[in-house]
Design a protein around this ligand. Structure first.
Ligand code: GDP
Length: 582
């Protein structure tokens, strides 16, 4: 007898998998997970029962709700299910772009087929009448960049792992980024069409990094696909829908629209264009939209198929025309009532920036800056992001650097990777106040710009000895300075005079100089009686700054007046001495 999986039946019946599983339980059908199978005949009976129930519910619902809605003027918060927003991540060349292309090409709704897909930052695909929104830029770089700006747009991450290559450094990175954001992961084991594909081995490697496939008793959904051939792609979409339903993604609709800017660009004819994704509420044509740095009335909106639309609900991406200037990617937008108010808010923001620019210098994460930080008794940790040309170099370099740690300063490599220094490394360094060390690698142009903007220091080397020496020098710079006392001069008390408010000592300078405002100690027969500041220094009646050896002077010391003839006054100063060894 042929069988059907629970999630497939859910799609047919239009129920969420969760609801369906509850219903099945009620009907006495035992299922464990969404992957469990049911006999097709039983499924058919269930489907019919559910359709009947639904019809009745609808009738009842209409009868009950109609009069109430009419009576009630104020509505409660209305939460409506919204489509999931998905980002595709994974190691380079594992097939992220191909997968996105295949999904976009094959799963547009029929009436839309043939419509040209516009690049508006995200694409909407449909499966069984349900929508999924895919962020167009794959990879965790874009994902983290948005997140760094405070925009958490993604609900689900699809991790693409090529079955002929397995888990690679960027796979792990992607997992860490998704986990850091608390975004659940669905794994797409890709390239299963390749003769050297090894799904089992890939799963083992996934399990090693904590992604234990469901069929092995874990809770990671793994779908085997070939992005190139289209195999398994529908199942992947089903899994996304299943997970989204399980997550019960909902958004308020009866509120002024809010969302995020995905991208923005300038069009010669249309002016500034912003690609946005709505988070809650419904964005409508004619709404006044406000971001941190731009505002305007929505003159026109286009969906990802290039069609003009009048409304965009939660999770929907649209291209918006009508802003007065370019909005920044990752910025939040909201709809407000008055255009005048929007203008004022944006103007106030720019004013604030101007003031801030005047008041602050850009933050710099140079070694010198770290030195200052250390002086202020903060962390004594030299954090490094290390990039090398090969795994061998990385494995060699990291321990060498970390072994430079002393009791006073810890050298910590917070991230090690292979390949050129990219934007992602810069962002990580910026967020962790680290310095980037590149060994036999180059810096991507965008990373260079980002580093300049963020004030992150990048140091490039070709010889291990140079790295070591430089890091040692940096660590010496981070050492707490030593303090040394320097004797400036000594004077002998020859007479004691009473003055207003105390006594001064009439002295003869034995050696060096006595300096006003310097520290001084009063010694009597080698015992120190007092230490304090020289508050007054006179030659005859005149205030002076300094008196040299062989001259007489009057010395007053703050907080002390018990001078006796024969006391020695020693002037000294504490100097900071830079340390030159670790
Ligand atoms: P990305 O760097 O992760 O975006 O990877 P791409 O999508 O650019 O794919 C890298 C290479 O792998 C390209 O040559 C693709 O044609 C190929 N590729 C992607 N998916 C598959 C697949 O399922 N099977 C095979 N055989 N090749 C694939």
């Amino acid at each position: 007898m042929s069988k059907i999986r629970v999630y497939e039946l859910a799609r047919i019946t239009g129920l969420s998998t969760k609801d369906l599983m509850e219903k099945l339980k009620e009907l006495g059908v035992e299922v464990k997970t969404h992957m469990s199978t049911i006999d097709k005949e039983i499924a058919k009976i269930i489907e019919e029962t559910l359709t009947e129930e639904k019809k009745e519910e609808k009738r009842e619902h209409q009868e009950v709700t109609q009069p109430i809605e009419e009576r009630e003027e104020k509505k409660a918060v209305v939460l409506k299910p919204r489509p999931p927003v998905v980002t595709v991540m994974g190691h380079v060349d594992h097939g992220k772009t191909t997968l996105l292309d295949t999904i976009r090409k094959t799963n547009v709704a029929e009436r839309e087929a043939g419509g040209i897909t516009q690049k508006i930052g995200a694409s909407v695909v449909e499966r069984g009448g349900k929508k999924i929104v895919f962020i167009d830029t794959p990879g965790h770089e874009a994902f983290t960049k948005m997140r760094a700006r405070g925009a958490q747009v993604t609900d689900i991450a699809v991790l693409v792992v090529a079955a002929d290559d397995g888990v690679k450094p960027q796979t792990i990175e992607a997992v860490n980024h998704a986990r850091a954001a608390g975004v659940p992961i669905i794994v797409a084991i890709n390239k299963i069409d390749k003769p050297n594909a090894n799904v089992e081995k890939t799963k083992r490697e996934l399990a090693e990094i904590g992604l234990i496939p469901e069929e092995w008793g874990g809770d990671t959904i793994c779908v085997e696909v070939s992005a190139k051939k289209g195999t398994g792609v529908d199942e992947l979409l089903d899994m996304i829908i299943f997970l989204a339903e399980y997550m019960e993604l909902k958004a308020e609709v009866d509120v002024p629209a809010e969302g995020y800017i995905l991208e923005s660009r300038l069009d010669k004819g249309k002016g500034p264009i912003a690609d946005v994704i709505v988070k809650k509420g419904v964005l409508k044509r004619g709404d006044i939209i406000l971001t941190k740095s731009a505002y305007g009335r929505v003159r026109a909106m286009f969906d990802d198929k290039g069609r003009q639309v009048n409304e965009a609900g939660p999770s929907m991406p649209v291209e918006v025309i009508g802003l007065n200037s370019l909005a920044e990617a990752g910025d939040k937008f909201r709809v407000i009532e008055s255009e005048k108010e929007a203008k004022e808010i944006v103007e106030a923001y720019f004013e604030e920036i101007r003031e801030k620019k005047l008041a602050t210098k850009p933050k710099k994460l140079t070694l010198e800056e770290l030195l200052k930080q250390v002086k202020s008794e903060e962390t004594r940790e030299l954090r490094l992001v290390v990039k090398t040309n090969s795994q061998g170099e990385l494995d060699a370099l990291i321990p060498i650097l970390e072994r430079l740690s002393t009791e006073e300063i810890k050298v910590k490599c917070i991230h090690g990777g292979i390949g050129n220094i990219n934007e992602n490394d810069v962002m990580l360094a910026s967020a962790s106040e680290a310095i980037i060390i590149g060994f036999n690698v180059k810096v991507d142009p965008t990373a260079k710009q980002e580093a300049e903007r963020e004030g992150v220091q990048i140091r490039l080397y070709q010889i291990i000895y140079d790295v070591e020496e430089d890091i040692k020098a940096a660590m010496i710079g981070m050492l707490k300075p030593k303090y040394e006392e320097v004797i400036l001069g000594r004077a002998e008390v020859r007479a004691v005079f009473k003055v207003k408010g105390g006594k001064v000592a009439g002295c003869y300078v034995l050696d060096g100089n006595i300096v006003r405002n310097a520290q001084a100690r009063v010694k009597r027969k080698d015992a120190v009686l007092f230490e304090g500041k020289i508050s007054s220094l006179k030659r005859f009646k005149d205030d002076v700054k300094e008196v040299a050896k062989g001259f007489e002077c009057g010395i007053g010391i703050e907080g002390f007046s018990d001078f006796e003839v024969g006391d020695i006054i020693e002037a000294f100063e504490v100097r900071e001495v830079r340390r030159t060894t670790l």
